[in-house]
Design a protein around this ligand. Sequence first.
Ligand code: NAP
Length: 546
Amino acid sequence: MCANYQFWLIYVAMTKIAAAIMVSNLDQALNLAAKAAELGADLVEYRVDNLAELPGGDGAKLVNTLIEKSPLPCIITCRAAWEGGECDCDDQQRVSFLENACLNGETRPAYLDFELASHQKSFNIRQKVELMVDHPGQVREVETGLILSSHDFDKRPVDLYQRVEAMAHAAACRVIKVAWHARSLRDNIEAFEVLESQYKPTIALCMGEDGLPSRVLAKKFGALLTFAAIDGQQGTAPGQPTISDLKKFYRWDKLNAQTKVYGVIGHPVGHSMSPAIFNAAFEAKDYDGVYLPMRIEPSYESFKATVHSWLDLPSLHFKGASVTIPHKENLIRFVTEQGGEVEQLAQKIGAANTLTVRDDGSLYASNSDYAGALDAVVQNMGIPREEVKDLRVAVIGAGGAARAIVAGFSHYGATVVVYNRTLEKARKLADEFTNPYGKVVAAPMDKLCDSCCQVFINCTPLGMHPNVESSPLPADFAGYGPGIVVFDTVYNPRNTLLLRQARAAGCLTIQGTEMFVRQAAAQYSLWTNQEAPVDTFTKVLLDKLG
Ligand code: NAP
């Protein structure tokens, strides 16, 4: 146990980024390797699958030169087609090619990757492979280490642990490598457990969109290395981030065993801007955290099982998540079932967007959407939240966003009029949120032009890309003028038609990005107990929106 721990600590400091290159010719491979070195890779894996069958031993000679001239230490891999590679030779041919490729040149590769299945299959193959690498029985001076590897491009192999054990017990194996296609985020947890349980250097990676955490957090769990693509096109396995993504976006150089993990839970999440803004914020504040996209299938069962598995691994330090469609209701149910606390207003809204894991491990579900909208209005008006009670607010729309905004403003005592296309929905909202200090009434959409409210908040998609020429209010709306506030929750585009018209008429206007930034800032403060770097959030969001 103690020895394992010591090894593990050493590996934490050593986790490398390896750039995988599918070799087609010498110049192409060397140019890409030079680019990888420039981007910050520590190692390069040359995939020489297509060179084994070149006539006259040309492939092996090319590899000799490649190893000699490589700008980075290298792994040589000739992946068999049956293991997801492109080499159709049989094992004998592949091993002969590798012998010529790795032993005949002036320089040796740092590692040779060979499939566990072939290594186990034949004594003769095993013997030949072991002649090429360093191990306790090796009599020659050889530095090359053997990576025994196993891949499943479909699912987690049922015999995952038997495979890992076989590699661990193979004396010639210096590095254990397992990679499989993640069917869900839960697979990452198993990859971390494999890394934690080994005392040999190990690579445990999940492929596909759901496997990203295993690639980014490989350093946190002390893997020997993670693979990264040189650019968007160069990856050799699905789901590989680029070297730049790892270094700049996911803060690779700062990751360590104690780094706190956060994410955005939703389905889909690929389009979310939250990873960009939160990772930039952690960097700006030098906060030891990383933020990942977390796609979870829409059902409550999937949400529960996944979040459970992430919370149950203490060394992951999973400390919180932004939660979006379709899991906002699931978050309240989950935290309630776990005996955690649900913010009162989130309970009333029926949706929470923030999961916080407190220092004592207890869970807290809250809603930062209403606070984001409320703060966007009061801060732009230059008034404290307490003065919200003096406002008459027109909320246009009665969907999810309107619900959070009505809850927030009525909670602080404002008089709210909900205008909606479907009057019945507006009435339902008004009935639910009218309270002793904040009155909420419903009105049909065609009465909006008669409104005498001071604050107008658009909570419909009118004006949103691609329907940028629509607006809930006409350009000649008589209620526009100085002293009137118009807030559009739509943030793509930033300057909607509604805001342009209102600004031209002298109104104070507030863009939807301000709500987005402030709700994120509220989450940041809750998780870190620090003030959020709002300027960083805004800059990254505006850069992303273009
Ligand atoms: P939702 O639940 O689908 O509700 C949409 C509302 O808009 C409904 O009340 C609907 O009326 C009304 N509506 C839709 N199309 C309309 C039309 N053509 N004319 C008049 N009314 C129409 O959507 P949501 O989640 O509340 O989101 C609404 C908007 O809020 C989104 O477009 C998004 O841009 C914005 N939003 C912004 C933020 C932010 O951080 N800035 C956060 C969340 C949402 P019916 O009831 O009659 O169907």
